[in-house]
Write a protein that binds this ligand. Sequence first.
Ligand SMILES: C[S@@+](CC[C@H](N)C(=O)[O-])C[C@H]1O[C@@H](n2cnc3c(N)ncnc32)[C@H](O)[C@@H]1O
Length: 298
Amino acid sequence: MSLTKALHQPVMLTTTLEWLAIKPGQWYVDATFGRGGHTQAMLQQKARVIAFDFDSEAINYGKTHLQRFIQTGKLILIRRNFDQLQETVANLEKKGIVSAISAILFDFGTSVDQLKSKERGFSFAHEAPLDMRMDQKLAVTAADLLRFLNEKQLRQLFWQYGGEKKARAIAHAIKQTNQPIETTQALVQLVLNIKGKRHGKLHPATKVFQALRIAVNSELDNIITVLPQAIEILASKGRLIAISFHEGEDRLIKQTFKSWQLENLGKILTKKPLTPNEQELSFNQRARSAKLRVFEKI
Ligand SMILES: C[S@@+](CC[C@H](N)C(=O)[O-])C[C@H]1O[C@@H](n2cnc3c(N)ncnc32)[C@H](O)[C@@H]1O
């Protein structure tokens, strides 16, 4: 078993590869490199890949473990926000390094490494500073948001990005505490005080953590910025494949694909979003909320 396989299971890999329909030697974009699971599978099928991630740890991992592909020009690994997709690809095209883009993959959200990190504050499972920046260059952490946003803004954030039903009470409690909430466990405790212990599958703090992470990393804004760029740079018959993990992301993608179809820019290939099968769910919990949609440019 390869190292990548042992440590990290890319979400909906078989389905993704089917829709990518890789033609050896052609160029593909993996806009969310992460642990490089999808990229590596694409390279194994002889794709040439431009991969983005704005997390320096992800890029360092890729530089170390996929060095041979970088050296042979099959992988271009870029530490950059994918909201600069079009400009980046245009520059590579201008230099004659890259030609037509056959497909673009987005696998949104956090990577396993980010979630498992004991220092970066993404998970309610570890004690850590409430940081949650995927891009270490970002200025504002989750703790900063709790400190600087007012009660109403926090309530809206928890509701809009997390769908948290107790948003009002949680925002109120955050603003009432004498101590600033600066660690994951301080926030978990505050949420547990309001919501009580876990009843269903989700940890009571899941939605609050998700909402903060989305806000810290401007996740929805980045998607809104990149989608028009993606359709622009795709070659004719090129495909855009998007894997999302929560309602807000999926809604954005669904609506954008619909409006593109109405504008005759191409067609939606997945009427309903595809989801992981039972087998994948049995060994990959992270996949449980995944939805995959595909659009093909005219
Ligand atoms: C779910 S992981 C991708 C996992 C990857 N497909 C794999 O198989 O290993 C998402 C990755 O996208 C990165 N990311 C999220 N938003 C980004 C953005 N706007 N620009 C660049 N990278 C981003 C995150 O840092 C994270 O590493």
